[in-house]
Ligand binder design. Structure first.
Ligand SMILES: [Zn+2]
Length: 225
C-alpha cells in the first residue's frame, strides 16, 4: 500500500506538484529516494509556513523548489534569475537535509532577502560586523548552541558575508530545527524587523526602547501563531 502511495506522489512530483503552496519538481532519483524527499519537503514546508510571518509567504512561495539540477555546481542554492531553489539531485537533498535540517529555511531566507529587500544590505552591515567580531572573540560562545547538532560550522558560515549571515540568523530566529538558545538583542531585532517590517520602515533608525518593544511584540506574534 505504502509503495503505491509513493508511486502516486512521485508521479505527481515529476510534473511539478503543489506542496503546501510551493511548486515542487523532482528530476531523477529512485522511487525510494523520491519518497523520502517528499516526506522531508512536506514536513519542512509546512513548518516554514507556520513559523515565518504570514506576510512573507507570498515572496517565498513565488519560487519553485527543484530537486535534480545536475548543472548546479554546489549542493543547494537559490537562483534568483530563474526563481528556483535548486538541489543537485534528489539524493543530495535527502542526505544533506538529514545533515542540515534547516536547509530549506536557509534558502528561503535568501529568497526573502532577494524578493522583499532586493538584496539590500544596509540593515545588515552593522549587525554582521558585530556578529563577526563576537564570533572571532568568543567562538562558539557567541551564541549558545542547542546540544544537537553540536558543531559550530553554521556559526562560522554566518560569518562569511551579510547574505549568509541573514540566512543563518533567520534559521536561528524561526528555529525550525536548529535554534540557538540566545541571540544578542541587536541581531535579533535587525533580523526580525527585516522579516516583519516593510523595506522603508525597517530602514529608519529606532532607539533602544523601540527595539525592545518591537522584539517583545514580535515574540508574542510568533508564540500566538
Ligand atoms: Zn546560503
Amino acid at each position: 500500500m505504502i509503495k503505491y502511495i509513493l508511486i502516486f506522489y512521485t508521479a505527481i512530483s515529476v510534473a511539478g506538484a503543489n506542496i503546501e503552496g510551493w511548486n515542487v519538481q523532482m528530476n531523477g532519483g529512485t522511487l525510494k529516494e523520491r519518497g523520502k524527499a517528499l516526506v522531508y519537503l512536506k514536513g519542512d514546508l509546512k513548518l516554514i509556513k507556520k513559523r515565518v510571518p504570514t506576510d512573507a509567504l507570498p515572496y517565498l512561495q513565488s519560487v519553485r523548489v527543484v530537486l535534480g539540477v545536475p548543472s548546479n555546481k554546489g549542493w543547494a542554492k537559490y537562483d534568483n534569475k530563474v526563481g528556483e531553489i535548486q538541489f543537485k539531485s534528489v539524493i543530495a537533498f535527502v542526505n544533506g537535509r538529514h545533515w542540515y535540517p534547516d536547509v530549506l529555511l536557509h534558502e528561503m531566507s535568501h529568497v526573502y532577502h532577494a524578493k522583499a529587500w532586493e538584496f539590500d544590505l544596509k540593515a545588515l552591515t552593522g549587525p554582521f560586523k558585530r556578529h563577526k567580531a563576537r564570533y572571532e572573540k568568543m567562538g562558539r560562545d557567541a551564541l549558545k548552541l542547542k546540544p544537537v547538532p553540536k558543531n559550530t560550522l553554521f556559526l562560522n558560515y554566518a560569518s562569511s558575508n551579510e547574505y549568509e549571515f541573514f540566512a543563518e540568523m533567520s534559521t536561528v530566529l524561526f528555529g525550525v530545527h536548529r535554534a540557538w538558545e540566545q541571540m544578542d538583542a541587536e541581531t535579533e531585532m535587525a533580523i526580525y524587523s527585516m522579516w516583519s517590517e516593510k523595506k522603508k520602515a525597517a530602514r529608519q533608525p529606532i532607539n533602544a526602547r523601540e527595539a525592545r518593544l518591537l522584539l517583545r511584540s514580535g515574540r508574542k506574534l510568533l508564540l500566538d501563531k
